[in-house]
Design a protein around this ligand. Structure first.
Ligand SMILES: [Zn+2]
Length: 663
């Protein structure tokens, strides 16, 4: 049971599994409203907020300077330049943390989301004292009845507060707002956080005649395509069987090559003729177990028909018309959106198939073609809802700018381990293309706006290069703060499974978090409370002094924040004891995120996932804010959105908010 859980709970950072064993933490009560003396200084009218995940001010300014982003340039230069600012992110500057601060108006110490991953402290003997789990939401399949989804943040999102107080809200794809938030006068479609039908962050399937059983890559399932009499067969895995031990409902798939350039695929009564390298239309499939039906939608790509047969299947999205669990409020809103588009649409929150590109199952061209299709639909959704004109506050977020930056950073940097000149000549401007798409989307909205409309554009954090990874747990071991059983010098296993807890004082988990093995707090804790401060300073000073001797003595860590100093609030007991903020080109190694302890201190990042920000320094990873009105604040931060929106709509500012209106 335990082994299953550990392997099932998490695959890797980018393949965050939905988590049937996650224990939701107790939500706190949102701050009680207090009367604000604020008078409405912004003009009355509608409010439009467009989010572009991960837009970095350096690239924005460079491409604006080169005249490549004319619509943004016009806004940024208006109001004597006071309508454009860098936007302070959260510590750490990553999406789950920052978008939750956007929603709640609070810092992580209050809302409780510190990373994609949090740790679960186990009390039972026989289990490891600590295991990683998904930090943002839980999604649990029940023995009977529909699955139960739960957002693990503390605090009420501002749109829910406003939607319950007379503001007509439409919110599309706001990250980490799953399950959707009920509102009296609001409608929303959840974005990042909506799992796929396997209850994971997003897991693709690949079936090929050349596949041999072996370990799966992060975020994917690799299946052998077994051929008999010219017909290849595999079972597509779907949702967990309610009350099962991790078994999944399955659908048989049959594949026949019809020529070198085409194959016929049969699934759930559909027979598809597929040309090589073309995305199929959306296919609606129903998994069944003991009378339980679960419907999802997927697309397939025939990667090769002959001599090998190779088939890619996208992560299976919840069907917007028959939702496995609600993804919209009211639930019918997802059907309305589908009707607007006259098409199905991808509902899985992690919508771009970064895992498949990272596993090198699909290539850059297919990845970007899919990104284009998704973003074209997302923009259509925005435009048609804008035109419906039945809202006062319209929120919309796209993540393409972030995903393109993660996957294509390598092609902007000849020194990156995964730089490839041939690929760079074809795809070296992939990030710029997504910034241009952002500019075009902004241009379309501006052209439809009325004079008294207010537009705010934001990104949640900036970006950095990720060339080299640091094995933080190995560094802690070399400092004599972490021990492996039998005094081993390294371990191939993740989840800290080989740690000797009787001697270990500190361990790392997540992207940049370090925890101390505190007596009383952790089951096998050995660090006395009175030693926490000195030990924290010792780790901080050691990491500050660390240099990469194989790379010209480069600085590895920009800063180390002590948790007690920076994480304050009702959820600070969940906070890491130290937050490591890496310097440019460095990040926590892939292995360290889930508690791996490989040999050696540094490893070149040999993945296509080549840009990052999740463990960077908030002080040098700002996002951006652009408006059609002057910003009163010189240094706006993402926690300022919630109070700004309350102020704009003449609502009392909840006492829990930590920011201030930027208008
Ligand atoms: Zn990102």
């Amino acid at each position: 049971m335990h082994a299953f859980r550990v392997s099932a709970v998490l695959v890797i950072l980018i393949a965050l599994t939905g988590c049937k064993s996650c224990k939701p933490s107790t939500p706190g009560t949102p701050g009680t409203a207090q009367t604000s003396a604020a008078t409405r200084t912004a003009p009355h009218g509608r409010m439009i907020v467009l989010g572009f995940d991960g837009v970095d001010p350096r690239w924005l300014e460079q491409w604006v300077g080169q005249g490549k982003l004319p619509n943004l340039k016009r806004l940024m230069e208006a109001e004597q330049g006071r309508a454009y600012r860098h936007l302070g992110s959260t510590n750490p500057p990553q999406s789950p943390v920052a978008w939750t601060s956007f929603a709640t108006g609070t810092r992580p110490g209050a809302h409780g989301i510190y990373d994609f991953i949090s740790r679960r402290l186990n009390r039972q003997p026989g289990l490891p004292p600590v295991t990683p789990q998904v930090a943002t939401s839980s999604f649990a399949v029940q023995e009977a009845g529909p699955p139960v989804a739960r957002n693990l943040r503390t605090g009420e999102p501002f749109w829910q507060n406003l939607g319950n107080h007379g503001v007509r809200v439409v919110a599309l794809n706001v990250p980490y707002s799953f399950p959707p938030d009920p509102m009296r006068d609001g409608r929303m479609l959840s974005g990042l956080g909506v799992p796929d039908l396997r209850e994971t962050n997003s897991t693709f399937t690949y079936a090929g005649t050349e596949v041999r059983p072996g370990p799966n890559p992060g975020g994917g399932v690799m299946l052998p395509l077994v051929v008999t009499d010219g017909v290849g067969r595999f079972d597509l895995e779907g949702p967990s069987i309610p009350g099962g031990q991790g078994e999944r409902m399955k659908l048989p798939v049959e594949v026949r090559a019809s020529s070198e350039q085409a194959m016929t695929v049969t699934i759930d009564g559909h027979e598809m003729q597929m040309r090589v390298r073309e995305f199929s239309p959306w296919i609606r499939v129903t998994f069944n177990h003991d009378g339980t039906n679960v419907t999802g939608i997927l697309q397939m790509v025939a990667l090769e028909a002959q001599p090998r047969m190779r088939l890619f299947v996208t992560p299976i999205s919840f069907d917007p018309r028959h939702q496995y669990s609600p993804i919209a409020y009211p639930q019918h809103f997802a059907v309305d959106l589908s009707d607007d588009l006259q098409s199905d649409f991808k509902t899985v929150g992690w919508d771009h198939d970064t895992s498949a590109l990272n596993a090198e199952v699909i290539d850059e061209e297919l990845f970007l073609r899919d990104m284009n299709t998704i973003e074209t639909q997302r923009t259509q959704m925005l435009v048609s809802r804008f035109q419906a004109n039945d809202w006062d506050l319209l929120l919309w977020v796209s993540t393409a700018t972030d995903r393109a930056s993660h996957m294509f950073y390598r092609l902007t940097d000849p020194q990156h381990p995964r730089y490839d000149a041939a690929l760079a000549s074809r795809f070296g401007n992939a990030i710029e293309e997504q910034y241009r798409r952002m500019d075009a989307t902004v241009g379309r909205i501006v052209a439809m706006m009325r004079p008294d409309d207010t537009l705010v554009i934001l990104s949640d954090h900036g970006f950095h290069n990720y060339r080299r990874g640091l094995h933080i747990n190995q560094w802690l071991r070399q400092q004599g703060l972490l021990f492996l059983r039998n005094d081993a010098e390294a371990s191939d296993r993740e989840f800290l499974l080989d740690v000797d807890w009787t001697r270990t004082k500190a361990y790392a988990m997540g992207t940049g978090q370090i925890y101390l093995n505190v007596r009383g707090r952790e089951r096998d804790g050995i660090v006395n409370e009175s030693d926490v401060a000195a030990l924290s300073r010792q780790i901080r000073d050691g990491l500050r002094a660390l240099r990469d001797t194989e790379r010209g003595n480069a600085t590895v860590v920009h800063e180390v924040y002590i948790g007690a100093d920076v994480f304050r609030g009702g959820r600070s007991s969940d906070a890491p004891d130290l937050q490591v903020a890496f310097a440019e080109n460095y990040r926590t190694s892939w292995e360290s995120i889930l508690g791996g302890i490989p040999a050696g201190l540094f490893l070149d990042n040999d993945k296509k996932w080549s840009g990052d920000h999740a463990a960077s320094d908030v002080s040098e990873t700002p996002g951006i804010i652009i408006s059609n009105r002057a910003l009163r604040s010189e240094h706006p931060e993402i926690i300022d959105f919630a109070p700004t929106m309350a102020h704009f709509f003449d609502q009392p500012i909840p006492a829990s908010y930590e920011g201030h209106s930027f208008f």
